[in-house]
Design a protein around this ligand. Structure first.
Ligand SMILES: [Zn+2]
Length: 150
């Protein structure tokens, strides 16, 4: 267990040439960092870094463009939008506890990465009980590893 913790703390992930910059506003820094760390760890290189490609903030009712999420999205607590200038924004419309919020931001970042819904994990419904939120499908990892890390 100690070895696992030390390995996790000191492991340095290689940066992706195509890394996407994320900027959290309105007090969402901690849950956003957790969400970025989730994806970077799952895929094995730094997909998400600090920057301005994706802005995460409270829902101000004025999205920059069309949603990334499918039209049939379930009851959602946040939505990712594609802005006309090529950037994206994630608007948080129903803040929850920090762990749920980290899952929700992970989920929306997944949509920005082109990932679809899954039965379990971060691409499932973060508001559902009794599910493992700290995983994504192997096929998602494989596709993103190829796109971002190789
Ligand atoms: Zn979704």
């Amino acid at each position: 267990m100690v070895a696992l913790v030390l390995w996790t703390v000191f492991r340095t992930l290689p940066a992706s040439d195509k890394a996407i910059g994320v900027n959290a506003l309105d007090g969402y820094a901690e849950e956003t960092k957790s969400a970025m760390d989730n994806w970077n760890g799952w895929v094995g290189c730094k997909i998400f870094v600090s920057g301005d490609d994706v802005v995460i903030k409270s829902d101000d009712g004025d999205p920059c463009g069309d949603p990334w999420r499918p039209e049939d999205e379930w009851d959602h607590a946040a939505t990712a939008y594609r802005c006309p200038n090529g950037s994206s924004e994630i608007l948080i419309s129903n803040p929850g506890n920090v762990n749920t919020q980290a899952c929700i931001i992970s989920h929306e970042l997944g949509h920005i990465l082109g990932r679809q819904h899954a039965r379990v994990g971060a691409m499932a419904n973060c508001l559902a009980d009794e599910q493992n939120r700290l995983s994504v499908r192997d096929e998602d990892v494989a596709a993103l590893k190829k796109e971002f890390c190789e």
